[in-house]
Every structure is written in C-alpha cells, then in structure tokens.
Design a protein around this ligand. Structure first.
Ligand SMILES: C[S@@+](CC[C@H](N)C(=O)[O-])C[C@H]1O[C@@H](n2cnc3c(N)ncnc32)[C@H](O)[C@@H]1O
Length: 309
C-alpha cells in the first residue's frame, strides 16, 4: 500500500462513502485534509515524475500523437502538470472526487504557466467520464485501489482510449522506508510493525468500499482483461539519503502523525511512546532533527496499450 493512503487523523472528517469503520479501523479518508501532504509528496518526487512522463512518451512511441491526457484520481495535480509539460501539444485533464484538490491543480497549473492547457473534472468514480472525448494517455496513481471494483474501473478507463493510446497505473511496489531497524528508542523494528497494521487497515478499507469486489491485485492480468495489450512494468525509486531536507522531514512528520492518530488502538503503548518521541519537534530524537532519517520509496507503474485495429 502507499505511504499516502495510510490512516488519517479524525479532524474535519467527511464520510464520503457513507459508512463508518469497523473492526477497530477508521477507513474513511479525508482527501481535502491530505492536500498539503499529497502536494509535498509530489514535490519530493518531481524528478521521478518527470522521468516517468518521459518514459511514458517513449512507450507510446513517436507515431501516436498525444492530444489529450487524463490524470484520474489526480490529487493536487502535481503529475497532471508534469504530463502537461511533457506532452506539450496535449490538453491535460485532472479528474478527482474532491473539488479542493482540483482547485489546487488549477492554481498549480497557473503558477507553472500551464493555465491554458490544464483542465479539471469533478467526478466521484465509478461515475462515467463521458463528454471528455477520446484520450491518448490515462494516468492513474494510487487511486484505483480506492475504488470498490478495480477491474470495472480499469475497463472503463481502457474504454476512453483511442487505438494506440496507453493506460498507465501506479500501484503496489514496496512499503516506504525512512528509519533504520534500531533507532535507539523503543523496540527495534517499528516500521515492520507499522506495515503490518497498515496492511490490516488497507484490507478493511477495501472491504468497506461501496461495491467492493475481492480481486487478486495482478495488475498485468487486470489490464489484459480490460482489453489492453503490450503490458510493461517499471519501478522508479525515490532514494533520499540521510540527512534529509526539511521538506522531506515535514512530509514524514505528517505521515507519522496520520499513523499515530489513525492507528492508536492497534499500537502497543511502547510503540505509541516511540511515535510521540519521533513527532516531538523539540527533541534531537524526533523525525524533524534526527540524523539517520532517510526516504526510500518505490511504486510500480504498469502500462498497457489499446490495440490498433
Ligand atoms: C492517494 S491519492 C493519490 C493522488 C495522486 N494521484 C498521487 O499519486 O499523489 C488518491 C486520490 O484519489 C481520489 N479519489 C479517491 N476515491 C475517488 C473516487 N471514488 N472518485 C474520484 N477520485 C477519488 C482522492 O480524492 C485522491 O485525490
């Protein structure tokens, strides 16, 4: 699961799916409250996102003219803007269910001189994305797993493609790592225990989505079932060694705050105390100052193409 989809705090929650968490998990996500974290995460990954966009252009090939690009579940639109930069003749459309994130996307596009070529569409998927016209590239990062019927979503997105167009889905990869196994406070192996709790949370989150369909997360097979061919996969690695910059530390502080607030019932008292120390900005052992914090993150991108007749 993604670092960006970890449990969140309880502030300003809106129950977008109309259900409450069960089994001790709070699985509703307040995307608007996560706007800063999502944008910071995108900023930290900018070199990777640019390299990814260039790779997508190579994979689509020079013969296919890219006129429209969709970013589905676009968040604050960091990749939407990168795609608009890479595909300079295309219109890039950010699609998301949260208006505040689309507003950010428009502001970001304006600030990057892309105002005329970035559009937005408010849509709570699986609502149909009609009226947008055909598309040459659909990009969707860390969003499909928030939809109950992942295969149905891929089928619908594949249906938007022109022949020769590409669907690229960023899902899976490795859990993010940012601390050594032994950090000198609490029981060693905190990150592995946090991962295990997040896996349980993720399973509960998926089970409670509207129209939830149990499915094996075999993305190449799912893309094939959506009628696409020529599946590829690659995994860009974000490798920020210690000592971390302040923006990277702030991102981790927000991430740990979400875990601390969202997982408090599942954590031992010792691990809670360790998290509190890591979150304390006044101690040298805290994530904002400790010298050994790093950031290692890898998300796999699966691509596939709509066959030409
Ligand atoms: C983890 S964020 C990913 C944001 C961005 N793509 C990235 O990789 O940083 C998931 C995004 O999907 C959007 N989302 C979640 N469920 C959705 C739904 N049912 N319809 C439309 N958007 C949805 C959220 O608003 C959020 O912006």
């Amino acid at each position: 699961m993604s670092a960006d989809t970890a449990p969140h705090g309880h502030d300003h929650r809106h129950d977008r799916h109309g259900h409450a968490g069960h089994h001790g998990h709070d699985t509703d996500l307040d995307w608007e409250a996560m706007a800063d974290t999502l944008e910071n995460a995108g900023e930290l990954r900018l070199p990777l996102l640019r390299a990814t966009a260039a790779r997508l252009r190579e994979l689509i090939g020079p013969r296919h003219e890219v006129r429209r690009v969709l970013d589905v579940g676009s968040g604050p639109g960091v990749m939407t803007c990168v795609l608009a930069e890479e595909f300079g003749d295309a219109e890039a459309v950010a699609v998301d269910g949260t208006q505040a994130l689309l507003d950010r996307t428009l502001a970001r596009a304006e600030a990057h001189g892309l105002g005329g070529r970035v559009g937005v569409r408010l849509a709570e998927l699986p609502a149909p994305l009609d009226g947008l016209g055909t598309t040459d590239l659909v990009w969707s990062s860390m969003a499909i797993h928030h939809l109950g019927d992942q295969q149905g979503a891929l089928d619908a997105l594949a249906g938007l493609l022109r022949p020769g167009g590409m669907l690229a889905v960023a899902e899976g990869g490795l859990p993010m790592r940012f601390l050594p196994r032994d950090i000198g406070i609490g029981k060693p192996g905190l990150q592995a225990r946090l991962d295990a709790i997040q896996e349980d949370w993720f399973a509960a989150m998926r089970a409670e989505l509207p129209g939830s369909v149990a499915a094996v997360d075999d993305w190449p097979a799912m893309l094939g079932r959506a009628g696409l061919t020529g599946v590829t996969a690659f995994t860009p690695i974000l490798d920020l060694p210690a000592p971390l910059s302040t923006p990277a530390r702030s991102y981790l502080h927000a991430h740990l705050t979400r875990l601390r607030d969202g997982m408090s019932e599942s954590l031992t008292a010792e691990d809670l105390a360790t998290l509190d120390t890591l979150l304390d900005p006044a101690t040298p052992e805290g994530i904002m100052t400790r010298p050994d914090a790093f950031l290692l993150s890898a998300t796999t991108i699966f691509t596939a193409t709509r066959p030409t007749p």
